[in-house]
Write a protein that binds this ligand. Structure first.
Ligand SMILES: Nc1ncnc2c1ncn2[C@@H]1O[C@H](COP(=O)(O)OP(=O)(O)O)[C@@H](O)[C@H]1O
Ligand SMILES: O=P(O)(O)OC[C@H]1O[C@](O)(COP(=O)(O)O)[C@@H](O)[C@@H]1O
Length: 308
């Protein structure tokens, strides 16, 4: 089974305006709202790909129904620990005149120690060979090394953990050597030093992490495509020229494809192709709405992978 863990779910509120004028009243032209948060997005894409998963994590009690109704309508399994407070709303601002996209992510609720222990217990009961996706920010009250603790708890069970985090959560998390990580270039900067304008330097950064014991590193580089680095191979997925509707959820969609590929024992090249197609499909989709499987299949045929 694939488990996704979302410690800090979010409603993604995408607002469209002509341009953002600081210090003035701005009028919104259009708003869309989606159920989001990194792990939840991964489970949404897995559903589209035809794979079952179970969403774990914390869910704030105040607006819990909005999330539960969405997940149940979409037939996505969930088993959250309910905590006091409200699930956050993250603002995604799209300025139509300049096509600038800005994300403002809220802090979210605070979690008590008892709830953290309940979650750790829930995760420690996972079965051998499960695939576990740990992704997104850590709410207040939860220590920065939570991902490290979770990985240490389940690693001996042969569970394969994919970690997609930023800042201290990533720095701490990689100490437990997850099976795979999916940093973007900005996130990678937190853990290795490299020249982001030089592809060879980015490859070397990925290799350094593989040499430290992380088996696979997928580095997403936005409009520049992505690099998949393992002990045996360095693969580069060329980007496609796309109409960018929203980059929200592009990384999560790649992570979903990776989890799918790991569970189905796909070759790395196939995983990277599917991940790139899912990332591209997310970019062509408004907000973090459900993707379309036929579009993913069509895009997959256009993805070009080179060995480096
Ligand atoms: N502007 C873009 N044009 C084409 N493809 C894109 C663009 N932005 C993202 N992608 C695709 O989505 C993938 C993930 O995007 P990225 O922004 O790197 O991830 P994250 O959401 O984690 O920051 C990229 O590797 C690429 O395949
Ligand atoms: O937990 P964080 O790091 O604040 O990120 C949460 C945000 O990330 C998203 O999951 C999108 O992530 P990606 O664009 O990296 O795929 C949004 O749905 C959500 O608002």
């Amino acid at each position: 089974m694939i488990y996704t863990v979302t410690l800090n779910p979010a409603i993604d509120k995408t607002i469209f305006l002509d341009s953002m004028r600081k210090g003035e009243v701005n009028r919104i032209k259009k708003v869309i709202k989606d159920v989001g948060g990194k792990g939840i997005n991964v489970s949404k894409v897995l559903k589209v790909l035809g794979k079952e998963s179970i969403v774990l994590g914390f869910l704030g009690s105040d607006n819990k129904k909005y999330f539960v109704d969405f997940l149940e309508d979409a037939n996505i399994n969930h088993d959250f620990i309910t905590v006091d407070g409200e699930n956050r709303t993250n603002l995604k601002i799209i300025e139509l005149d300049s096509d600038i996209h800005t994300d403002i992510n809220d802090i979210g609720f605070s979690v008590d120690e008892e709830s953290v222990n309940l979650l750790l217990n829930r995760i420690s009961s996972l079965d051998e060979d499960d695939v576990v996706v740990l992704s997104g920010s850590i709410p207040s009250g939860v220590s920065d090394d939570i991902y490290r603790k979770i990985i240490e708890t389940i690693k001996h069970k042969n569970a394969k953990v994919i970690l997609d985090a930023d800042g201290k959560a990533l720095i701490e998390g990689i100490k437990a050597k997850p099976y795979m990580i999916k940093p973007n270039v900005h996130e990678l900067k937190n853990i290795v030093d490299f020249d982001e304008n030089n592809m060879d330097s980015i490859v070397e950064a990925g290799k350094k992490l593989v040499n430290q014991g992380i088996e696979k590193v997928l580095i997403s580089m936005g409009e520049l495509g992505s690099l998949y680095i393992t002990k045996k191979d360095v693969l580069y997925a060329n980007p496609l020229k796309l109409e960018v509707k929203s980059t929200v959820g592009a990384g999560d969609s790649m992570v979903a494809a990776i989890a799918y590929g790991i569970e189905d024992d796909l070759f790395d090249l196939e995983i990277l192709k599917l991940a790139s197609a899912c990332g591209a499909c997310a970019v062509m989709t408004e907000g973090s709405k459900m993707l379309n499987k036929d579009i993913i299949e069509t895009i997959k045929q256009q993805i070009n992978i080179n060995r480096r």
